[in-house]
Design a binder for this molecule. Sequence first.
Ligand SMILES: [Zn+2]
Length: 335
Amino acid sequence: MWLEMSRDASHGGDGWGFAECLWSPSHKNPSGRWPFWELLLSVRKGDIVVHLRGKGSRAAFVGHSVADADGYETSERPSVPGQWSYASSFYRVPLSAFVPLVEPIALGDVLRATRDELRTYFDRNRELPRRTREHVFFVFQAGRLQCLNGAYLSELSTSLAGIVLGRTTEMAPRGTPNANPAARTGEQVRQLLARVGQGVFSDNVRANYGHHCCFPDCPVSEDALLVGAHIARWADAPQLRGSTANGLCLCLMHDRAFESGWFTLGLDGAILINEARIGTSPWGAANLKRYAGLRVRPGEIPPAPDALRQHWRRVGTGGDAVRDLPAPPPNSPNG
Ligand SMILES: [Zn+2]
């Protein structure tokens, strides 16, 4: 996740405009590297970019978009390069799917509300070896918190986003989504943070299983065909939210079969088949039934028993184990 700080409205002109792309010169005049520009080359397709726009006290978070491709260097030029016209090449990241916030969130409000947390974050970051330090958008100078001059693009880790944007969801009143602009903005930010959280969850789960579908004998190890699947649904197990132990790395087919309850896992990781759900499916017969009782490839972190019990309850499988489950509370959607 990244944060763009842009000041002027033109941004770069046609095709290089605000929310159309990120761009910067590739070097300082006359020469020299600038880390907050070099970062453009680290942006990957699918990364989320949060946009902060405006000068000084008018600066505000105005929306977010998605990187449409990896960052690259180009000799193409923005039509309005402004003070960067000296440059012979530029860094560029095309963007798409811009979502404007219903109500921009004033940077000044955020900084005032999160000053102490940012101070802690800043100090911890500065203690790291230089190489691994994050390039963040703010700085404390003589005890004063301010935006770092020239930090055009900065890193927005999940925890930093949680501080900066998470507080805005507290500031915004909760309520029905249409209640008022501030509530709608709060809801937009909550959804954005949830999306980021799910991305982190999926990365962690796939890494936990070595980026390989954990179903026995399944050959799929291409990230594009793998998901970090939830065992218990988020709504069913709030205490497991974001936990790697609530995930399995599965290929798209096995994910779908697991989600549909065609199979589940015992506490020992053994495949438990639900014949009724598989029905007469030839795929299920060929790819699931004959693996009954075999164990999935283990990850570093095993599935949480609570998560598996939730899955058994939801899909009505789990062999003998399912009979030992406490009855779901009355009115439970799973009852
Ligand atoms: Zn698979």
